[in-house]
Design a protein around this ligand. Structure first.
Ligand SMILES: [Zn+2]
Length: 238
């Protein structure tokens, strides 16, 4: 989901079971969808941010859910399902991530941070190849409609491939492109975020499960493979 519209609605708690009263907080809506019921303050732990905070004690980290992993590349800030290796303890992703990764124009994200008097300099620049592969797999998972908070590894998605196809290549050639893209994943050193141009050739995956969407998996742009991560964004690895 690309963030077009951001709304922070302030609210005040009643007496909580932790004995707190009249705590100021916010609810966050992104594009009109409720993204968080309780953000009293913003606190990063490395790349992790809890956007749904415990409504009894209003302390970040009290509950294990409601987390996003924040990445930044140029003018775009990404909220994604926390990468397994980024977790120092057991945490789960925020509910809003069931719509897929969330892409913010950086300026809009900074205006969100400003409300909480938080400094954007805490964001490190760039996406590692491992995070990039994760974004790609997450997009595949959302296309296959895996369950809430569930992300299968690529191997598991591939078990459910029905056909890999494109408008330009045969199914066999399309599958060869997929296999090539997949094989190269281990060898990348750098990962760049791009907006996929309209003229790029699309390689799609159809799954063998009823009700699944089509995964617009890869694009070919000037003979280069672009890994699609949703909302018109792609990754070029080198
Ligand atoms: Zn609590």
């Amino acid at each position: 989901m690309k963030v077009e519209n951001l709304e922070l609605i302030s609210w005040t708690s009643g007496l909580t079971s932790a004995g707190l009263n009249s705590i100021q907080s916010y609810k966050l809506y992104l594009n009109g969808k409720l993204a968080s019921r309780n953000i009293p303050y913003v606190e990063f732990e490395n790349e992790l941010l809890q956007i749904d905070v415990c409504e009894e004690c209003f302390t970040v980290g009290c509950s294990s859910g409601g987390y996003v992993q924040i990445l930044k590349s140029g003018d775009t800030v990404i909220w994604k399902q926390p990468l397994v290796t980024a977790r120092s303890r057991l945490i789960t992703g925020a509910y809003i991530l069931n719509y897929g990764s969330i892409y913010w124009p950086a300026e809009r994200f900074y205006s969100f941070l400003e409300v909480f008097r938080c400094n954007e300099k805490k964001l490190s620049e760039g996406i590692t190849p491992m995070q990039g592969i994760d974004l790609w797999a997450i997009h595949g998972n959302k296309s296959m409609k895996t369950g809430v908070g569930l992300n299968y590894p690529l191997e598991r998605l591939e078990e459910n491939f029905l056909v890999v196809y494109s408008d330009v290549f045969s199914n066999e050639e399309s599958f060869d492109v997929y296999k090539r893209a997949r094989k190269r994943l281990g060898s990348y050193k750098q990962c760049n975020l791009i907006e996929i141009p309209h003229k790029a050739i699309n390689i799609n995956v159809m799954f063998d499960i009823d009700g699944c969407g089509i995964w617009d998996c890869l694009y070919i742009m000037d003979e280069e493979i672009v890994y699609s991560i949703g909302d018109g964004y792609g990754l070029v690895f080198v």
